[in-house]
Design a binder for this molecule. Sequence first.
Ligand SMILES: [Zn+2]
Length: 475
Amino acid sequence: MTLSLYDTMSRAKRPFAPRDPRRVTMYVCGPTVYNYAHIGNFRPVVVFDLLFRVLRDVYGEDAVVYAANVTDVDDKINKKAADEGVPIATISNRYLDAYNADAQALGALPPSMQPRVTETMDAIVKMIGDLVHQNAAYAAEGHVLFDTQAFGDYGKLSGRSMDDMIAGARVDVAPYKRHPADFVLWKPSKAGEPEWESPFGPGRPGWHIECSAMIEEALGLPIDIHGGGIDLVFPHHENELAQGVCAGHGREYAHVWMHNGFLNMGDEKMSKSLGNVALAHDLRGQYPGEAIRWALLSGHYRQPLEWTGDLIEQAKSALDRLYRVLDDAGRFLAGQPAAGGYDNPAAEADYAAVEAALHDDLNTPTAFAALFQLADKVRAAVMARDARAVASGRDLLLEAGALMGLLTADPQAWFQGGADDDLKARVEGLLADRQAARAAKNWPEADRIRDELTALNVEVMDGPSGATWRIKEQA
Ligand SMILES: [Zn+2]
């Protein structure tokens, strides 16, 4: 099965061919860690985590190296550190931890590496030196600037003319620039701000050079896949490309450039249904992480996505449907002898359809449709009381879910997750009372307790190993 990915540079979907299938490299531009991250920042996290999983599935878990960087030197970090009277590392560590906790809650695997600017300073200074040496950069008034006239392909990635780029970059007209589009590689720090030594004078790096140097140091250039949000195409990635090529790395910097569309906060809908909750950190207090992940993957990654409360509710219901099938399958199989080694061609075709959709430039809407088809096969097998078909179908459903970073919860825990601790305690108490009433053959009392549970919207299921419960399906 061919994996095809859309490449921003060639503006085409192409079969993906890594330079070395034993070491597939991917780099995705990560956050500037100065605050809790907006939900929009997690669209690339989830999209490229999905791609990471697909690549690991195709090439092997150890064959994919995924670097997601962290910008831990920045004006906003400096300001917050100054406001709190703490070193910048206190701020960046605090919000990097929060970011990683959010990403984990959304089902993202840890990247293979998470390079940080403060730990890459030597490589950054070296790359700037290489650019000066190649006559692609020049020093002026304590700054070092990239000379955009030195790179004939400047604008090729974003498809912009020089005039567009100057307008689009909202460039500061600075007297030390030879050309208005030239951009900063190194700049002096302001009084009281952190600074690093360099042959160009003390200071700190510009944003774009950070990524080029981190890629070179973490993965080596060129890389197979470079990803990020669509807003990074220009100027950030255009500038990264110019630096990478001019620093002496040949014509290619990244083999495939991938960009996810915006997450649009539909203002009115958003404020009504979500109370303006826009931080992943807050959202995951309201919804399971998998529901947020599903919502972020519900549209094709290259399209803009309208972010609304309805979208997450729909994602939650979709997951409820699938977990209900898994729960029913688990209950049915608990009373059956173990079944294995059985082919389920219908369910296998659905699994293959999930995989094929993901291999077609991460077509998640089609993958979700195939996931439901697969769940329907499992449900039908439960109805038919066909233990072997249930067992194999359930395994395939879990496998397809895992490929997408979903269906990782215990089905019973999933449904009881919607109940708060008070409700859980009350239900467990009622179930114990009902058990006692039944043991005493007090049937009216047992029925009365059952009615009480029903009124709590709790469904009780009596099984071989006692009664279990779940929150009822919404009509
Ligand atoms: Zn970057």
